[in-house]
Design a binder for this molecule. Sequence first.
Ligand code: AMP
Length: 216
Amino acid sequence: MNIILLAPPAAGKGTQSLKIVSKYGLTHISTGDLLRESLKRHDELSDQIREVMNRGALVSDEIILRLIEDVMSSTEHGIIFDGFPRNLNQAKKYEELLTKLGQSIDLVLYLEISKEEAEKRIVGRRTCSNCGKVYNTMIEREKPLHEETCDVCETALTHREDDNVSVFRLRYETYMNETEPLIHFYEEKGLLKRIDASLESEEVFHSIVEVMDSLI
Ligand code: AMP
């Protein structure tokens, strides 16, 4: 099963991907995570990528599509993409790639959340650099048990460089201009399912399970 998670920034793509992976055993590919990983190299390309990410814009399609081709050539069928495709060109190129491989998209989950709710979530977001679990220090039910440490694996939590209000607003604008048109694109193909992502994360996951189980 090939799934795409489509959502504005801070709607919970990362959290829901982890839950989906642990229930359905798909391979989770987050282009944001792959890019953040590449920033550790500190070369010319990573400097360019950092600059683009820190102004809330999209990294070039050329770089992203190269990453995707690498990942798909080394991964079995059954991927959940989180943060890809991010514009119409990427969506069309992804379709071409799947066609070449004799595969198709089974489902696009659109996590719906208002800009106000997303902005509230972004400032407190912390991520475990080891297991990927996401916390929020501003939301009571999502706080870690011990400040700045993962409840699951006790690794120090990290704060993403681009998680601040000013970069969030730029990322949201980029989302509205570039990514939002994909809603219509996938709706027309009959692949899009809307999920209310303003709810508590377990409730959001429950809605996702309902949709996924109806397809299996
Ligand atoms: P995310 O972790 O999905 O919120 O992505 C963080 C940042 O990485 C985005 O704001 C973009 O700068 C960049 N990025 C992630 N995925 C893509 C993509 N598919 N195309 C272009 N840029 C991306």
